[in-house]
Design a protein around this ligand. Sequence first.
Ligand code: ADP
Length: 547
Amino acid sequence: MPAKKTENEVTEKKETKKTAAKKPAAKKPAAKKPAVKAAPEVEQVVEIAPAEEPAQEAAPAMPEPRRSVAFIGSECYPFVKTGGLGDVMYALPKALIKQNCDVKVILPRYKCIPQKYQEKMVYRGSFMMDLCADGRSFYVGIMEYVWDGVVYDFIDNEEFFSAGNPYINLIDDIPKYCFFGKAALAALNYMNWIPDIIHCHDWQAGLVPVYLRTLFEGTPVASAKTMITIHNLRFQGIYNIPTIRYWSGLPDYVFNKDALKQGYEDANMFKGGLAYANMITTVSGTYAWEIQTPFFGEGLDAHLRYHSGKLRGIVNGIDVDMWDSSKDERLPDPYSKDDVIEKKKANKKALQEELGLEVDESKFVIGLISRLTDQKGLDLVNSIIPQLIDGNTQFIVLGTGDARYEDSFRYYENAYKGSVCSNIMYDEGRAHKIYAASDALLVPSLFEPCGLTQLIAMHYGTIPIVRETGGLKDTVDPYNMFTNEGNGFTFDRYENGLLLDAINRAKTLYFTAREYWDQMVIRDMEKDVSWDNSAKQYRDLYLELKP
Ligand code: ADP
C-alpha cells in the first residue's frame, strides 16, 4: 500500500516540476525587452517578439496550493512564553497565513494564561478520553480563541494544567504532555478539522507522531503528515519506561531502541517523535549539522544521523510587527533607520536614568537578555566582567535562571555601582528598552539552536557580539575591517579570552571609527530578519510532504 502512494507522489511531483520548469520559459521575453529598446535594427526584434509573446500569455500564474497545518506545542506568546519557542509559535503561524496556509495552534490551557485571554476563549466542546494503560480516562475540553487570522484551540483539563508555570518537574510534566499530545489529536478528530500537516514542536509534542501512527491509525486524523521541529535538543522528556508506558497507554512495540527506548530502562518522548515523524526540522542549518555530532547531539546524534535524510534546517525569523522600533510604545523615543543614531542616544540616557546607571550617552552600553543557564555562555561573561568595566563601558543584564548566575550578576552590580545593572526578572517591557538603548548585545552561547536575541538586536540597530555556533553563525556575518562589511563581532572557540577579544574589537570600532560603526547599525536595521523567507521554506516542505 505505501508503495502505491509513493508512486502517486512521484507522478504528482514530476508534474509540479514540469510546470515549474515552464515558468522561467514564460518569463524569458520579459528579460529580453531591454534588448528591444537597445537594438537599432527593429526588424530583427519584431520577428522574435510575436513568436514568444503568446507563450507568455499561455502560462497564467499558478495559484499557490493551499495547505492546512495544525501546530502543536507547549507555549505561545502572548498566552505563555518562557523562551524562543513561544515567539516562534506566535510568529510562524502568522507568517504562514501569508503563504496561503490555514493554521490552527493547539496549546494547553494553563491556568497561568492571563485572565484577559481566558475571558475571550469560547467553549468548542468536550469529551472523555482514555489515556493510561489501565484505561483511566480524562476530561478534554476545547476552548477556542481566534486572533489575527490564527485559530488557537486550548486543551482544557484542570488536573494537568493548573500549576502556575507550564514546566514544573518531569514527574508532573511527563503525564501532562502524554495527555496533551493525545488530547490534541483527539480534539482534531472531535472538531472534524483534519489538517494536511501536523507540525509538532519540541519534546512536549514528541508523542504526537507516535500516537498518530499507532492508536490513531484508521481514524480521520491519520491522513495527515507529521513534521517535528527541534527548538532545543537539550530537553527531551526522558523517564523510565514503565512510567511513560503507563501514562501514554502506547503499545509495547514502540518501546524499542529505534523509537522510544533509550539506554536500558528509559523512554525518550522526543526520540520517539523524531523516529515516527515524516520530516524533522530544526531552527538553523548549522544546528542541523551540529546535532548529528556527539558534542551537540545530547545522546541522540546517532539517531539523528540515521534519520538525516528527513532532517532540514530553517533559520527562525522575528515578528517585525511586534519588534518595530519605529512604533514601539515601550520606548521613550521610538526610531527608524533614518534617525537611529540620534534617537538611540536618547533611549540610552532614559534607560541609564531608569536603572540608576551613570547617565552619559558616550558610554559603550552592552546588553544581555537571556535565560540564565549554562547554555548561554554566562560563565565566560562572569569571568570577564572586571576587565570589561573600564570607565567607558556599562553592562546591563536581564534574565532569570540558575541561582549561581543570578547571584554573581547581583554581586557585580554591587561591585561596579553605576556601571553594571542586573535585572533578575522576566520583563518584556524592559527587554524592549534594553534592545533599543544598548550599543551591543552579547550572545556568547555554548550552543544556540537559532537564537532570537541577536535578530531582535540587529533589527533595533544594536550590534550583536556572538559565538559562532548554531543559528548565531548563520545569522551574524562577522565584521570585516578591510571591506567594512558584516553585521556583528564573532568568536569561535568557547574561551573567555576570545569573548573579551571580540568585545574589545567592537569597542575599538565604536571609539575610534564611529562612522563605520554607525554604518553597521544602519546595515543591521536594513537586514531582512522577518519570517517571510523562512515561512516560504516551511510552506515548501509542507508541499513536499503533501504534494
Ligand atoms: P531561548 O529560547 O533559548 O531562551 P532565544 O534567544 O531563542 O533563547 O529567545 C529568547 C526570547 O526570550 C527573546 O524573545 C528574548 O527577548 C526573551 N527573553 C529572554 N529572557 C527574557 C527576560 N528576562 N525578560 C524578557 N524577555 C526575555
